[in-house]
Design a protein around this ligand. Structure first.
Ligand code: ADP
Length: 400
């Protein structure tokens, strides 16, 4: 029997999301989530999409080790335990790969130590990713653990794109450069867009707009990422749910000098209390749209700022690519908010962008075109699937 299953783990600071996929047909055997790890009110939700119904477990789960053990127990209860010979690998989402990891990598002690060394670049994410890997290794030692990095897809950005225009020695000493994030999603969606257009990936230039709670844009030339909007950290670029995206770095000095804020306070302000939330008090685009629809001024300005930033990036990446075949929307906002798509493309006829209003209004979980058939640049909605992409990359690595 060939082992064709991959368990995908996405370990966050207080949550673990998991999916068990069968790569023979890309089907989901189990999908679940443990949240509020370390609190009294932890919750595990486990579903088997193929049938059998879902289960929910409430009650304290102390740490990531307990969480992963609980996940393993749920899987075992469905006959899908980690001891199954059909399991080929565990694929771990790892947020920051620095310049060291540019492709999926089988975890060894040395690799784990390197991921740990990158913690200063991703203090909120890499520690939980490391813990997830460590615990998974103890649950079944002989199983390949594959780290799939959020930064990897962007490692092909040319040096002059990845560099900030700061003192070169300082940049080198502190590893300051633009790494980019959401790479797994940008890789999956740009490839799926080529398939939607029915053209080889190598011939297609795509602008991907990943608009979730975090949001980023990328310019992908022939399947190769040449530019992305996030930088050293996920703070740069688009207006997001709670992050400011681009701003004059002097805002930071001003807040410190004039406002007396500490570095940690400014970090929290810009990462957690800015973006849509900071501008209008809501970070969920559904609420922003509802309030703007009722004439609420703060929500209207927040929406307009969000869309304005998107337009600037579409324009910039059109210039970077020279020729654009498709602009594609993905993730929670991109897949669901037709108002955001319509507003982002409005007035960009000069760049060849037009919408078919009726197609844009259709709700569907499938990849689809929302531009008229004769448009110079295709506009598309392509649902992202980061778990499938992680599983695909991990499986390809262990079966090559
Ligand atoms: P992440 O993975 O970054 O947490 P998602 O890609 O799941 O985020 O996107 C979550 C966001 O998608 C929500 O905060 C919400 O703003 C937005 N969203 C989800 N559904 C809709 C909808 N129907 N209309 C508008 N926005 C939506």
């Amino acid at each position: 029997m060939t082992a064709s299953r991959v368990l995908v783990l996405n370990s966050g600071s207080s949550s673990v999301k998991y999916q068990l996929l069968d790569m023979a047909d890309a089907s989901r055997l189990a999908v679940g989530l443990v949240e509020r790890i370390g609190e009294e009110t932890s919750r595990l939700v486990h579903e088997t999409p193929g049938g059998g119904g879902g289960r929910e477990r409430l009650g304290p789960i102390a740490d990531h080790e307990a969480a992963l053990k609980a996940v393993a127990a749920e899987l075992a209860a469905d006959g899908l335990g980690l001891d199954s010979p059909e399991l080929a690998a565990v694929g771990h989402r790892v947020v920051h790969g620095g310049t060291r990891f540019t492709r999926p990598t089988v975890v060894t002690d040395e690799v784990l130590a390197e991921i740990r060394n990158l913690i200063p670049l991703a203090p909120l994410h890499n520690p939980a990713n490391v813990t997830g890997i460590e615990v998974a290794r103890t649950l079944r030692a002989d199983l390949p653990q594959v780290a799939v990095f959020d930064t990897a897809f962007h490692s092909t950005m040319p040096e002059h794109v990845a560099r900030y225009a700061i003192d070169a020695a300082t940049a080198r000493e502190y590893a300051i450069r633009r790494y980019g994030f959401h790479g797994t999603s940008h890789a999956y969606v740009s490839r799926a867009t080529a398939a939607l257009l029915g053209r080889p990936e190598a011939e297609v230039n795509v602008i991907v707009l990943h608009l979730g709670n975090g949001a980023s844009a990328s310019a992908v030339r022939g399947g190769v990422c040449v530019e992305t909007s996030m930088g050293l950290t996920p703070l740069e670029g688009l207006v997001m749910g709670t992050r400011s995206g681009d701003l004059d770095p002097a805002v930071v000095f001003h807040l410190a000098r004039v406002g007396g804020l500490s570095v940690d306070e400014i970090d929290s302000l810009l990462n957690k209390k800015s973006g849509l939330l900071g501008m209008c008090g809501d970070n969920d685009m559904r609420e922003v749209l509802r309030r703007a629809g009722e004439g609420d001024e703060a929500a209207t300005v927040a929406f307009e700022a969000y869309v304005h930033r998107l337009k600037k990036y579409i324009g910039a990446y059109t210039a970077v690519l020279g020729r654009v075949d498709a602009v594609v929307f993905t993730a929670g906002v991109g897949e669901n908010a037709h108002q955001v798509r319509a507003a982002a493309v409005a007035g960009l006829g000069g760049l060849g962008l037009e919408l078919d209003a009726e197609a844009n209004g259709v709700r569907s979980p499938r990849p689809r075109l929302i531009s008229p058939p004769d448009a110079r640049v295709a506009v598309a909605v392509v649902p992202t699937d980061e778990e499938l992409e992680i599983a695909t990359q991990a499986y390809a690595l262990v079966t090559q």
